[in-house]
Design a protein around this ligand. Structure first.
Ligand code: GAR
Length: 209
């Protein structure tokens, strides 16, 4: 059965675009993006979705007084869309217990560093690259991983290293990591999931070929 993929976004949506392109070119086997949900009504990612005839929805954290209510509403929204897989593609709101337990090992996040470096609370977007440059690491990269209760701590599915160059700014490093790593490994991880090639054994993701 073709798996229904729901993608959560907050911003520009270049990772969403990579997923759409990979679906079109057949890199993603056995899966279809059926809905894009944004935490921000003005996200350009929503335009990318409608341009490709993909259903959209918006859910904002600030429309709920309690985090629990937000967590419940997001869980119900994902269930109402019959999501088989949830992909966090630049989604900037932390997920709660309800949604994580309802979709255990069914939520994939892309993080713009080699976990466990430069990850966890407060490390998102350009802040990740600022921290990498401040430390002076010579290699960074990206990680596609399952989401569990620990922020950026779930089973690692794929990682790809990218060179850091002298004179890099957070923006130039972000661009290189997106082009060389994120836009490749996120669609690969999604495809592996859709083909049932990822098993989680003792919190380790094992890929079968
Ligand atoms: C990407 O670099 C993604 O890895 C990062 O935000 C950017 C979103 O760009 N995500 C995080 O930092 C999550 N902690 P996009 O909207 O163009 O895909």
């Amino acid at each position: 059965m073709m798996k229904k993929i729901v993608v959560l976004v907050s911003g520009g949506g270049t990772n969403l675009q990579a997923l759409i392109d990979s679906q079109k070119s057949g890199i993603i086997k056995n899966g279809k993006i059926t809905c894009v949900i944004s935490s921000n009504p003005n996200a350009y990612a929503l335009t990318r979705a409608t341009d490709n005839d993909i259903d959209t929805a918006v859910i904002r954290r600030k429309d709920f007084s309690k985090f629990d209510e937000y967590d419940e509403a997001l869980t119900e929204l994902l269930k109402s869309k019959n999501a088989d897989l949830v992909v966090l593609a630049g989604f900037m709101t932390i997920l709660g217990h309800k949604v994580i337990s309802a979709f255990e090992n069914k939520i994939i996040n892309i993080h713009p560093a080699l976990i466990p470096s430069f990850c966890g609370e407060g490390f998102y977007g350009l802040r990740v690259h600022e921290a990498a440059l401040k430390k002076g690491v010579k290699i960074s990269g990206a990680t596609a991983h399952f989401v569990n209760e620990e922020c950026d701590g779930g089973p690692i599915i794929i990682q790809k290293a990218v060179e850091v160059k002298y004179g890099d700014t957070p923006e130039t490093l972000q661009k290189r990591i997106m082009e060389q790593a994120e836009w490749k490994i996120l669609p690969e991880a999604v495809s592996l999931f859709c083909e049932d090639k990822i098993k989680v054994i003792d919190d380790i993701a094992v890929i079968s070929e």
